[in-house]
Design a protein around this ligand. Structure first.
Ligand SMILES: Cc1ncc(COP(=O)(O)O)c(C=O)c1O
Ligand SMILES: N[C@@H](CCOP(=O)(O)O)C(=O)O
Length: 460
């Protein structure tokens, strides 16, 4: 399996190279040359398998000769062994045709652990075998950073730098990033918002001297391996509700579009998905784009679902690539326009292709809080604010097809918003009970990208 860039002007890579590379050298994102498909019988045969077995079947066609089958199965087993639920991603029914997919039983209590725990294993194996060392730089609005810290802390072949927006992540998220004591992980508090952090990471990738000098790698969802690992729970949940013999729909709380794009890949692989509903908070650029056909950035507005406070949604580029019939030149042009003017208009053909697969909706701050209140009172479910955005939007799309809403984080990561809406202060799991007693290690960055590069070079 080979991987090429969405902008069509970067080296074609193997799975291993794409995983260790991050952003393509033309600024695009890597995608597989073809998407392998499963027959109905292949999908039906997943019923009753463990999460790990489904993970192996779903991901194996993409990984080429990076791992032997035995090694890959071993890495998957290690990745999910530390999850706090035997099913890894359990489904909970909240209405006759509405289910929550709980993706917060991993070590840092958010869906990011599903991919990051596996990527940590895959990086360690590949780097050790190759005798290589990399510098990973990541941007976070809170959850990617904590999941990456947990997955990479203490690994010999990796230095990890996480850029987070100063003052815009929850206290639990910040402490998950700033309290690991291992010398190879570094939390950098940057002035600005998530988009500022993500732009800085992309700038570093586009500075080829720096990139090659520090051997830069990325673990944001620009990394194809992140998306791939997230495809698995679409299969596991749909199959447990009767796929491929019946269709299901998903509602996905969305920011950087990685998670819902994984659902799009599952559908392309043959999973019987009807609609994929994009759920945004008041930073509703993706909902507006689906409605108007114009992708137009506005300033990020801080919300009670801070991990989704994003305007420049990286993986939308991957969806656009397919909507434009795999035309890399058209994508490069649209992305140039975005850079120059902060907006671009999606062609008629592409927007109708997107609308064929994706629905969308938004939740205001009040609607998000009301969903937390309602689900607690009516269903006994304490939702994190991101999952609350999801259920609010899902309720607008319920019908005959079963709807699965992704519950993307544990309420205890956002206790203040949850308590304000439900009256219940959600406790952290016992293994994290001392999080607020641990020492923090933070590097404040008040300058721009060149200051960040200097810090990185000094530390590695
Ligand atoms: C808790 C939570 N929910 C939803 C999202 C949105 O996911 P994505 O960026 O993949 O669209 C994020 C951040 O990415 C998140 O941390
Ligand atoms: N919400 C994310 C933002 C980064 O998204 P990613 O999926 O591209 O890593 C976060 O929590 O950091």
């Amino acid at each position: 399996m080979k991987y090429h860039s969405t902008r069509g002007n970067a080296p074609v890579l193997t799975f291993e190279q794409a995983m260790l590379t991050g952003l393509a050298r033309d600024g695009g994102l890597y995608l597989p040359e073809t998407i392998p498909t499963f027959s109905k019988a292949d999908i039906a045969a997943m019923a009753g398998l463990s999460y790990e077995e489904i993970a192996f079947r779903v991901m194996r066609p993409f990984t080429g000769d990076t791992f032997t089958d035995e090694k890959f199965a071993d890495l998957i087993a290690k990745a999910y062994a530390g999850f706090g639920h035997a099913a890894r991603a359990p489904l909970v029914q909240v209405a006759p045709n509405h289910f929550l997919l709980e993706l917060f039983h991993g070590p840092t209590l958010a869906f990011k652990d599903f991919a990051m725990q596996l990527i940590g294993q895959m990086f360690e194996f590949a780097l050790k075998r190759n005798g290589e060392r990399v510098t990973i730089v990541g941007a976070t609005s809170g959850d990617t950073g904590s999941a990456a810290m947990e997955a990479f802390r203490g690994l010999e072949a990796v230095d990890l730098f996480i850029l987070y927006p100063h003052g815009r992540v929850s206290d639990v998220q910040r402490r998950q990033m700033t309290t690991p004591s291992e010398a190879n992980v570094h939390a950098l508090a940057v002035d600005g918002d998530f988009d500022t952090c993500q732009a800085a990471v992309k700038d570093m990738f586009n500075d080829f001297d720096f990139r090659d000098d520090v051997r830069l790698a990325g673990v944001n969802s620009i990394n194809w391996a992140r998306v791939l690992a997230q495809v698995v729970y679409y299969f596991s949940s749909a199959v447990s509700l009767g796929a491929p013999h019946r269709e299901v729909s998903f509602t996905v709380p969305t920011g950087n579009f990685g998670d819902i794009f994984a659902g799009y890949i599952a559908k392309q692989m043959g999973l019987t998905i009807d609609k994929l509903a994009i759920a945004t908070n008041q930073n509703d650029i993706l909902h507006r784009t689906l409605e108007t056909g114009v992708y137009s950035t506005e300033g990020v507005k801080p919300s009670i679902s801070p991990s989704m406070d994003i305007q420049v949604s990286s993986n939308f580029e991957r969806a656009l690539y397919y909507a434009y019939g795999s035309d890399g030149a058209a994508i490069a042009q649209q992305m140039d326009e975005l850079k120059q003017s902060g907006a671009f208009t999606v062609s008629q053909g592409a927007i109708s292709a997107l609308r064929d697969t994706f629905a969308s909706g938004r939740a205001s701050e009040g609607e998000t809080a009301a969903a937390i209140t309602r689900y607690h009172a009516d269903h006994g479910e304490l939702l994190c604010p991101h999952s609350a955005v999801g259920v609010h939007v899902a309720e607008g799309h319920l019908g005959a097809t079963p709807m699965i809403t992704l519950a993307t984080a544990h309420p205890a990561k956002f206790p203040n918003a949850v308590e304000a809406a439900s009256g219940v202060f959600p406790a952290l799991p016992a293994r994290m009970a001392d999080l607020f007693e641990r020492d923090e290690r933070i590097t404040r960055v008040t300058g721009g990208v060149s200051d960040i590069k200097t810090i990185i070079k000094d530390r590695i």
